[in-house]
Design a protein around this ligand. Structure first.
Ligand code: PLP
Length: 461
């Protein structure tokens, strides 16, 4: 079907309120309209072809254009598109998916509460945590510890948890509920520390904040991404998560692992918390890769201990009064089941474990370029940090938009990477091969070199 591109652009500007968009820029230049996609590639409305370096938005894990997922959607929608999950009603895909997730998650996590995305899944986690402590007579435990640079979404509650710079500019948050402690940023750790000392410093920071918040009697939960995503792909020092987890256990604080990005293969495992970081959280959050982004679905995985409490009615006949029309939507759950089946059949996690270290190693070769200060991440979750001075780590002025310039040069060469201020993030579909990696690194090198020339021309370097 032929589209009138000018009309689409105009309608887009006039009617579609885009999330996370600079409206001043958007109203001038408009958007790239992505029209179709296949495998590792996307195509815009003018039929320009790009390698998708960000899997949509950390989510199209098994790659684009999977007919099997389209078929399963059509079959489930035709057989039984929707029926209520409330009041002792259920549906087959939601039941089967819950059992499957329980089998994939750490062995203490056997209960699944569904929503339509990561923000709401986090929001529900906090609501359930508060309910849990109310039920066991510890109602003073309300406060939550989160981290600066952590990203947990943008519902009212999730944005209160979120600690990324500028995220809540001009918006309100829930007052006095969340304390943000230091993020773990090994590239910018305090002068003179080694990684082990930095880990001690971060653990101390947790303990100090816990005391200032009123101690274990006041604090209900800690929430963290195993590797921070939108905050700049920050990998914590070795042992950090385990030490914070142990502190949480010692203080009766529930540990929420926000695996919206890291689950479903990005680090080579269905869930990273235990497999990579050696912890069994009380709650795991997932979304995105759960359906490879083919349909919205979020899940809050709960431990047996939490479920044993919340399953008891508050009073005779009282219901567990939280949930959504679309909790456990049959079409979304059917897609998730098929997505997991494909991941297992095609050994997608194994591909990440094999190609991921090569992606890390090859991206690190870019560190010889004069503005590449850091290349960090793990497996299919990587980031390049640009700086003006590699010795001092001084940043290139914000208004130079270095991340965006690099992204634009990549796009001109057929690769989509995500700019976040002075960072460029790579979170590709998990089907990349070593050949794809070689192509990507060669494009990035040329794009960064062109960016350096531009920055010099514009007197930013
Ligand atoms: N948690 C993490 C770690 C995320 O990266 C995101 C989104 O990027 C969210 C939560 C929010 O998920 P959603 O955008 O599906 O609400």
């Amino acid at each position: 079907m032929q589209h009138d591109i000018e009309t689409l652009w105009q309608q887009d500007k006039d009617h579609f309120v885009h999330p996370f968009t600079d409206f001043s820029d958007f109203h001038q230049s408009g958007c790239d309209i992505i029209a179709h996609s296949e495998g590792a590639y996307i195509y815009d409305i003018k039929e320009n072809k790009y390698l998708d370096g960000i899997a949509g938005l950390w989510c199209v894990n098994i790659g684009h254009g999977r007919a099997e997922l389209g078929q399963v959607m059509a079959e489930q929608a035709t057989k039984m598109a929707y029926y209520s999950p409330f009041n002792n009603l259920s549906n087959i895909p939601a039941i089967q998916l819950s059992a499957k997730l329980a089998s994939l998650a750490p062995d203490n996590l056997n209960h699944v509460f569904y929503s339509c995305g990561g923000s709401v899944a986090n929001d529900q986690a906090i609501r359930i945590v508060h309910y849990y402590f109310n039920q066991i007579g510890k109602a003073s435990k309300k406060k939550i510890i989160s981290r600066h640079s952590g990203y947990h979404g943008t519902t009212y509650m999730a944005s209160t948890l979120t600690g990324t710079v500028g995220n809540n500019e001009g918006f309100d948050v829930v007052n006095n509920l969340v304390t943000h402690i230091s993020e773990a940023n090994c590239y910018r750790m305090p002068e003179g520390m080694n990684e082990a000392e930095y880990c001690d410093y971060l653990v101390k920071d947790f303990e100090t904040n816990l005391a200032e918040m009123g101690g274990a009697d006041q604090v209900a939960a800690f929430i963290a991404e195993p590797i921070m995503g939108a905050g700049g792909v920050l990998v914590a020092p070795d042992g950090y998560h385990k030490r914070i987890f142990d502190l949480c256990k010692a203080n009766d604080i529930l540990y929420i692992s926000d695996e919206v990005v890291t689950a479903f293969g990005r680090l080579g495992h269905f869930f990273a918390s235990e497999a990579v970081f050696g912890i069994k959280p009380d709650i795991i959050i997932c979304a995105k890769g759960l359906t490879s982004g083919y349909i919205p679905l979020g899940a809050t995985l709960l431990s047996d201990e939490i479920y044993d409490v919340i399953k008891k009615p508050q009073a005779k006949g009282a219901v567990f009064s939280t949930g959504f029309t679309y909790s456990g939507h049959p079409v979304a759950c059917a897609v998730a089941l098929k997505n997991i089946e494909i991941m297992e059949r095609e050994k997608i996690c194994e591909n990440v474990l094999a190609v991921g270290p090569y992606l890390e190693e090859q991206l690190r070769t870019l560190k010889d370029l004069p503005i590449v200060g850091d290349v960090r991440g793990s497996h299919f979750m990587m980031c390049i940090e640009s700086v003006a001075n590699k010795e001092t780590k001084e940043l290139i002025p914000y208004e130079a938009n270095v991340g965006k310039r690099i992204a634009q040069h990549c796009q001109q060469r057929g690769l989509i990477v995500r700019p976040i201020a002075h960072l460029n993030v790579l979170s590709p579909p998990l089907i990349w091969t070593r050949d794809t990696v070689d192509e990507v690194v060669s494009i990035l090198r040329s794009a960064i070199l062109s960016t350096i020339e531009d920055l010099k021309t514009d007197k930013y370097l």
